[in-house]
Design a protein around this ligand. Structure first.
Ligand SMILES: *Cc1c(COP(=O)(O)O)cnc(C)c1O
Length: 413
């Protein structure tokens, strides 16, 4: 069978055309931080498979954990099991204080849907059923399902075509970069919040680093402003840590840069160690109780693969490995190396183990990807951005190679 030919005719890839798809490469295996292609080429993965594969591939500890399981999956309605309970316990321990109720979801987008539902049900439980809108900031990305899409950037994002279909949320301006005009921005946010206080259920944001909406880094003080606004008006603060959680930005949670604790937190991506799809929505005891006081008495959500035991098992092993390999030191080392390796390029920003080059024009994705591959690196640029978030397991040489690839890709893009 000719894989590429069948793929081209029948298989949809993310955000691609069925009639004019961009080229794909065939991966035959992966180990360490390298992807192996069908022509024998090896590429250092600069993307961690979309933020998820923090330890790289064929990780002995994760392989061993999966081989040891005696329960793959069982429905979570009316049944429970050790991997799910242990993972919930770990998440509660790792989360900022007070986030102690855990909903195990099967993908990041679903965990965002659950967070939105939590906010709506919580407001209903408090006798405020009119509070049905979300307040967010421009430049965000929260997933591809309809509720999540409604809080994505309405213009620059991928969902501009859905105007009129999605619930209309409230958008404050994009928060300023570190050192920018936080006061001016805060005044806009406070005005919007006060104007709509009786309609808003929650503020939903990616803390400090906005990912797929444009790789924007913003001043941590903005998150403190949002916390104050929520407290003042009785909104919940939902932090979407799906991309940023588990150390990627240099702190365990991106909200830690601001010393802010949300009422609801979404995690995903790296949670499954890059092996299996799993996410979670955590909330405070107060939110949990409020939802249970709403008219239904229950949180109205329950996906088929909720609490999947295989995914919980590999997530636990991955969390152990983050500590065993000292993620904080790994991220600091990679961050310093990215910063040095990209110094002098225009449009560079780095935070933790994330390196971004913003161009002054849309990227030629095929040319940029090929240029990176010719340096032995896998990158997947988008919009006007060439960027990397390497696996924490990358050696110094791997990171230097990634920097060379970013430079080459930025040149030809
Ligand atoms: C990727 C992402 C999501 C969606 O997660 P999926 O697992 O792709 O559904 C939500 N929020 C943020 C911040 C993300 O980066």
């Amino acid at each position: 069978m000719n894989l590429l030919a069948y793929d081209r005719e029948h298989v949809w890839h993310p955000y691609t055309s069925m009639t004019d798809p961009t080229p794909v490469r065939v991966v035959t295996g992966a180990s360490g931080v390298r992807l192996r292609l069908d022509d024998g080429t090896e590429l250092v993965d600069g993307m961690s498979s979309w933020w998820a594969a923090v330890h790289g591939y064929a990780v002995p500890e994760l392989d061993a954990a999966l081989r040891s399981v005696d329960l793959a999956h069982v429905m979570f309605g009316g049944l429970t099991h050790a991997p799910a309970v242990r993972l919930a316990e770990r998440l509660v321990d790792l989360a900022p204080g007070g986030l102690e109720r855990v909903f195990l979801a099967d993908s990041g987008s679903v965990s965002v849907e659950v967070a939105l539902k939590m906010a709506l049900q919580w407001q209903r439980g408090r006798g405020r059923p009119g509070r049905t809108r979300m307040l967010t900031v421009r430049g965000g990305y929260h997933g591809d399902t309809f509720g999540a899409m409604s809080v994505c950037d309405p213009e620059g994002g991928m969902h501009a075509m859905w105007a009129g279909v999605l619930p209309e949320q409230l958008f404050a301006p994009r928060p300023p970069a570190p050192g920018g005009d936080v006061e001016g921005w805060a005044a806009d946010v406070r005005r919007l919040a006060a104007e709509h206080r009786d309609e808003v259920a929650a503020v939903v944001v990616e803390p400090v680093l906005q990912g797929a909406g444009g790789m924007w880094v913003y001043d941590a003080a903005c998150l403190r402003v949002l916390r104050e606004v929520c407290d003042e008006h009785g909104f919940l603060l939902v932090c979407d840590e799906i991309a940023t959680g588990f150390g990627r930005t240099g702190e365990r949670w991106a909200a830690d840069h601001a010393g802010v604790v949300p009422d609801v937190m979404c995690v995903g991506k790296a949670l499954g160690g890059g092996y299996l799809t799993i996410a979670a929505t955590l909330c405070t005891d107060e939110v949990g109780r409020g939802i249970s006081a709403s008219e239904s008495g229950v949180l109205m959500h329950g996906p088929t693969f909720m609490g999947n035991a295989l995914a919980c098992t590999v997530a636990l092993a991955s969390l152990d490995l983050l500590d065993a390999r000292d993620w904080r030191a790994q991220v600091a080392r990679i961050g310093a190396r990215l910063e040095a390796g990209l110094a002098g390029l225009p449009g560079v920003r780095t935070l933790g183990a994330v390196g971004v080059v913003q161009l002054d024009h849309p990227v030629d994705v095929v040319a940029a990807t090929d240029a990176a591959a010719s340096e032995g690196v896998w990158l997947r640029p988008f919009r006007d951005l060439v960027y990397a978030m390497p696996p924490f397991a990358c050696s110094d040489d791997d990171v230097d190679r990634i920097c060379r690839a970013l430079r080459r890709a930025a040149e030809v893009a």
